[in-house]
Design a protein around this ligand. Structure first.
Ligand code: SAH
Length: 364
């Protein structure tokens, strides 16, 4: 509250360099501080022991390191962990850490709420609250990395698939990506950082030209009419143009763009739709992730029976399209795709929230 000091968290190397330069400091300071912030998760200057005490005190007077408190963690039976962060203005956002073999994948949020109103998504039902800053976005990774380090584990993958639409917040998301990829940041390879989007075509093109990250595009339908009904954004960026843009994303050899497809019983799960999808994607370097609908309290969609999911997958595979069905990781704690709302799954059971903590929820 009223802290005027510059927040260093969320600054990529270039910005740290300008900051230190403007204060008459050596350039290498930026690299040192970057390692502390992003590799060791430092939350105060006092721990930065390779910097002189004088330097640290000087820093502390003019800058700070934000670290929104993690109010609440929930662990799923399958090992998936969901964390709720309380931001400085009271908004709640969630991230999800998913262990899978040797991978430790963190699913991060980029907005409190979301403006896109996809019919099947619980975050969409919240409406838009605000964009998150790069500090708030990257803090989710710092927090996860610190927890993992405590068990001799490392964060290996980051997916921008939490609350919000990353490409409606490109500026802050770009700064966060910069930090994730930088050797003095998280040092992740581009293929281990995935941006999931409804398909804001110009922003997707721009981001793809600047960073070698992976893209997952939420198609969710095989025709314009159904897609417009499920995803109002389709009226602005229609499926046909979107798939054309996906075909043009620059890719390293052997890599593919992912098409996400939420399967909704009786809505977009018929064999005819599988064939339409196969036709739409034919010959493209695109693989399909089928996501059987994860139920929540907002709206009355249902997941298809497993037999329809398998049939849908088989039709795509028979057409030569690489297809996997995504596991419903963390569904028991409302941590699965489309279930994040920035409020605890079972508020009564866990309690312990400060009053006003549900400010970001209309119904939670
Ligand atoms: N806004 C971005 C990232 C967040 S959503 C995007 O739309 O891609 C991540 C994925 O979850 C999207 O593919 C979305 O279509 C899917 N999703 C949303 N609600 C869902 C639900 N209830 N069940 C299953 N998947 C859902």
């Amino acid at each position: 509250m009223g802290d005027e000091r510059t927040d260093l968290k969320g600054m990529p190397l270039g910005e740290l360099e300008s900051f230190f330069r403007s204060r008459g400091k050596e350039r290498y300071r930026a690299r040192q501080v970057s390692r502390w912030l992003y590799q060791r998760g430092a939350e105060e200057f006092s721990v930065m022991t390779d910097l002189s005490r004088g330097f640290r005190e000087e820093m502390e007077a003019v800058c700070r390191i934000s670290a929104p408190p993690a109010e609440k963690g929930e662990i799923s039976l399958d090992g998936t962990e969901k964390v709720l962060f309380r931001l400085e203005d009271g908004e709640g956002v969630e991230s999800v850490l998913i262990p899978e073999g040797s991978r430790r994948t963190l699913c991060v949020s980029t907005q409190a709420g979301c403006a896109l109103s996809c019919a099947f998504c619980a975050t969409g039902a919240l409406g838009f609250r605000r964009n998150m800053t790069s500090a708030e976005i990257i803090h989710q990774a710092c927090h996860a990395a610190r927890r993992l380090a405590g068990r001799q584990e490392r964060l290996t993958n980051v997916v921008f698939m939490g609350m919000g639409e990353p490409l409606e917040n490109v500026r802050e998301v770009s700064r966060a990506i910069d930090i994730l990829l930088a050797p003095c940041g998280f040092g992740l390879a581009g293929k281990r950082v995935t941006v999931s989007t409804v398909g804001i075509i110009p922003a997707m093109r721009e981001l793809a030209s600047r960073y070698p990250v992976s893209f997952a595009v939420s198609l969710n339908a095989a025709g314009e009419e159904v897609r417009s009904r499920l995803m109002p954004v389709n009226r602005k960026y229609p499926l046909r143009e979107l798939v054309a843009a996906m075909r043009e994303i620059p890719l390293q050899s052997g890599r593919k763009v992912t098409a996400e497809y939420v399967l909704l019983a009786g809505v977009n799960d018929s064999p005819g739709e599988a064939r339409d999808l196969a036709r739409l994607l034919s010959g493209a370097r695109i693989k399909v992730n089928l996501i059987p609908f994860n139920p929540h309290d907002h709206g009355d969609f249902r997941p298809p029976p497993p037999s329809s999911v398998d049939r849908f997958r088989d039709i795509l595979m028979a057409a030569g399209i690489q297809t996997i069905t995504r596991d419903r990781r963390g569904a028991d704690i409302r941590a699965a795709c489309g279930q994040l709302r920035g409020v605890p799954a079972h508020p009564r059971e866990h309690g312990g929230l400060r009053s006003g903590a549900t400010a970001s929820s209309k119904k939670g």
